[in-house]
Design a protein around this ligand. Sequence first.
Ligand SMILES: CC(C)(COP(=O)(O)OP(=O)(O)OC[C@H]1O[C@@H](n2cnc3c(N)ncnc32)[C@H](O)[C@@H]1OP(=O)(O)O)[C@@H](O)C(=O)NCCC(=O)NCCS
Length: 195
Amino acid sequence: MPEAPYPQYHCPVCGKELPLEDARITVTCSDHAPETDVAFEVREAVPADKRDIEAICDRAWGETEFDSFGVTFDVMSGINLVAEVDGSFAGLLSLAVHGGELAIVLLTVYPESQGSGVGSALLERAVGVATDKHLPFIKVATTNDNIPALYFYQRQGFVISEVARGLAADKHGSAEPGFSDIPVRDEIRLRRPVA
Ligand SMILES: CC(C)(COP(=O)(O)OP(=O)(O)OC[C@H]1O[C@@H](n2cnc3c(N)ncnc32)[C@H](O)[C@@H]1OP(=O)(O)O)[C@@H](O)C(=O)NCCC(=O)NCCS
């Protein structure tokens, strides 16, 4: 598994940047969920975004190619939606048409802009892409350790459609530590209808 070179999350209490293994979950009531209040804009990527897209992929995964659904997707040839906060690059949603559905290749928001609705807004824009392309479903694959992503997608109407048990561990030769040090073993596939 490529080593993600930068933290994916930050601590809402002290602001410290968190490598995946150091992140922990806190359950709150809905009134006290951690959130920040930032204004952002979501738009389609343009050629001038290339460097920012490469940089956020590097931070998320260390490269621009991602394996899911048994194939390799390259973000640089995907349908890319970007989010900006104060004119600065804050998040990316990369999409590809695969098997008659719209596949999320990568969704990542820089830690300082998480919890402000950026991920939800990018996803909403993806629904528009799927509608325009007459694709009935949006699908995504994540791994068993990625509790924030499993929470996020299920809150957004996705349901688990398949579990490729052991796929992630087999691909990398062993179950490496992921979010909160949970061993990364399985690829979990989720989908939601577009209409
Ligand atoms: C998953 C991710 C894209 C969500 O983006 P986001 O901009 O933070 O999402 P939103 O602000 O729209 O929040 C959506 C929900 O997630 C919650 N959330 C987001 N970040 C959170 C965090 N760090 N801790 C707890 N909850 C969080 C929000 O509170 C909100 O909850 P609600 O539905 O109960 O209101 C983002 O956390 C991320 O980039 N994670 C790292 C990369 C990753 O794992 N991507 C998915 C790979 S498949």
